[in-house]
Design a protein around this ligand. Structure first.
Ligand code: ZN
Ligand code: ZN
Length: 275
């Protein structure tokens, strides 16, 4: 399944699909830097204590170059986006960022939740910033996935950046079927309990599931204790598209109409137009 095919069937997602494609093109056009993979032994104690990798001073992953990439994406899009509305917002954001003197570091801290930087269009900066940072972190996320003992994490927040999941994925076949949580920020996927709720951490059979007509592979799992829901991709092979979050925003509307609570961490917090 390609984004083009997906958008033919879901034309109401086109504005978001076009935006995602434009941001990806801008990201591909900037000078890419790669985060240095830490020495895992330095990090082991923090890992076992539940400290996300990027918050660990022992692992000391330097995020400043990722912040530089984020700034470059904002600058590039401000100069060349075809959307007039977005261009105005991007120029204001870029101008504000340029007033600071430690911009790359400030963006990196902002992405990890530090409130020192309070830019206009914070949601846009979070989205563009994480797009850049996820690219920067790819070698680290990949090496961390190979090193990490999933059974020793099983926490509700991302082992890399500490965010709550944006989505979930079911992989494999019984009896080895696994539930993974998917981070919408840094792109990490990690293992979680099959029946537990990642929001209120109730571990029971009180997870219910809603399927949507014509959406084979995607469903909404929700918790009967806290009312939180998590969009879930039940399959393998189309992770890039189906775990992108924007490609299933119509499921958020279905969940919203059923009175379920969006507790997932989404970079697409703006309300899409109703299909
Ligand atoms: Zn993450
Ligand atoms: Zn819950």
């Amino acid at each position: 399944m390609t984004p083009t095919q997906w958008l033919e069937v879901h034309p109401y997602l086109r504005p978001l699909g076009d935006l995602a494609a434009e941001v990806d093109r801008a990201a591909a056009g900037i000078h890419g830097l790669e985060a240095r993979v830490p020495d895992w032994e330095d990090y082991r104690a923090d890992f076992l204590a539940g400290v996300p990798l990027l918050s660990s001073s022992a692992a000391a992953v330097d995020l400043e170059p990722g912040g530089r990439m984020a700034e470059a994406i904002v600058e590039r899009l401000a100069a060349e986006t075809s959307s007039e509305m977005l261009a105005v917002e991007l120029r204001a954001l870029h101008a504000e960022l340029r007033r600071g003197d430690t911009v790359p570091r400030g963006i990196a801290d902002f992405l990890l939740g530090d409130a020192a930087l309070a830019p206009p269009s914070a949601g846009l900066l979070r989205y563009l910033g994480w797009t850049a940072m996820a690219r920067f972190l790819r070698p680290v996320v990949s090496a961390y996935g190979a090193w990490r003992d999933e059974e020793r994490w099983l926490r509700r927040y991302c082992p890399t950046c500490g965010s709550l999941p944006a989505m979930a994925q079911l992989t494999g076949v019984e009896p080895g079927r696994l539930r993974l949580l998917s981070c919408g920020c840094c792109g990490t996927r990690w293992q979680f309990k099959r029946t537990g709720c990642p929001f209120c951490e109730v571990d029971s059979q009180r997870l219910a599931s809603v399927t949507v007509d014509g959406e084979a592979g995607l469903r909404i799992d929700h918790c009967e204790s806290c009312g939180g829901y998590l969009k879930t991709y039940d399959g393998q092979g189309d992770e890039t598209l189906l775990l992108s979050d924007w490609s299933s925003l119509h499921l958020d509307l279905v969940a919203h109409d059923r009175g379920l609570k969006k507790l997932a961490a989404s970079l697409y917090d703006f309300e899409p137009a109703h299909p």
